[in-house]
Design a protein around this ligand. Structure first.
Ligand code: PLP
Length: 282
């Protein structure tokens, strides 16, 4: 295994950063998680656009040829199906203070881990998720993909303690997203999802679902969703890059509709698989 740190490809134990790195001290850093299938980045441009958005939102300039860097990292790790983690922090000025003076050299770190190829698995092998509802403990800038993930971790722990796979978050009486996923609710053949202005992360998989649904003539609505709406939903899904689109079959111990994976989810999974296939075969 090799990781990338500030211009070098290294074994992880040789990759070191300063204890004064602002990413370490303050989570003054942003990140991306990008799946690579058969060595090729999936929705790479979309991830890099979001990275540029996050960097811009925290006033951090870090120009690099990201595709070249990430492709080289994946190649050096043997290609295949991998999730790539890329983190950019504001760097270190050799001491701890809130306001950093002048322009620091950003710290750029990337590593990979093997993942399953979700689109090759077949819909039958995807297990429905069991989720809980909880108060959204996070700050008001969840549109930034920041490494300040303590609230996300605590809510994820709460889900795990309850024997659930994920927590759906409620803010001011409205559903926002999962701790590391976006949310979809299907009713009467219409796909509903929270608006980006609800203070959520603009998920690349969320965008792809809306794109594929629109192309297939399935109506979509970006709208406010109240937790009460879940009780009468036909289907609930969550989405993320490494998990794709996953059916939620239980919420707080109650089945969603009949507790089975729904037909529109099956359809969306098939659209995903076809999309992925077309990419791989050109
Ligand atoms: N929402 C949050 C809070 C996330 O952390 C993530 C990804 O991990 C997502 C949504 C899904 O985003 P994407 O589909 O780009 O992976």
């Amino acid at each position: 295994e090799v990781v990338y740190l500030n211009g070098q490809f290294l074994p992880p134990e040789q990759a070191q950063i300063s204890v004064f790195d602002r990413g370490f001290l303050f989570a003054d850093s942003v990140y991306e998680v990008i799946p690579f299938y058969q060595g090729v980045g999936f929705r790479l441009q979309e991830h890099l656009q979001r990275l540029a958005y996050s960097l811009d939102a925290i006033g951090l300039q870090a120009e690099q040829d990201w595709p070249v860097l990430l492709n080289e990292l994946v190649r050096r790790n043997g290609g295949g199906n991998r999730s790539v983690y890329l983190q950019i922090s504001r760097g270190s000025e050799g001491r701890r203070r809130f306001a950093s003076e002048g322009k620091l050299q950003p710290t750029v770190f990337a590593c990979t881990t093997p993942i399953r190829h979700i689109y090759d698995e077949g819909a039958d092998r995807i297990q429905g998720y069991n989720v809980i509802l909880t108060d959204d403990l996070r700050w008001h800038r969840c549109d930034i993909k920041s490494t300040g993930l303590l609230a996300n971790l605590l809510m994820q722990q709460q889900a795990h303690r309850a024997g659930a796979d994920e927590a759906l978050l409620v803010r001011d009486g409205v559903l926002s997203e999962g701790t590391s996923s976006n949310l979809f609710v299907v009713r009467d053949g219409v796909i509903h999802t929270p608006r980006l202005s609800a203070g959520i992360l603009g998920g690349t998989t969320r965008a792809l679902i809306l794109e594929l649904a629109t192309d297939a003539g399935i109506p979509c609505q970006e709208t406010d969703l109240r937790p009460e709406a879940l009780a009468t939903a036909d289907e609930v899904w969550i989405s993320s890059s490494t998990r794709g689109v996953v059916p939620v079959t239980r919420i707080d111990g109650q089945p969603v509709a009949d507790g089975q994976k729904g037909p529109l989810w099956q359809h969306m999974f098939a659209l995903f698989t076809r999309f992925q296939h077309r990419l791989m075969t050109g």
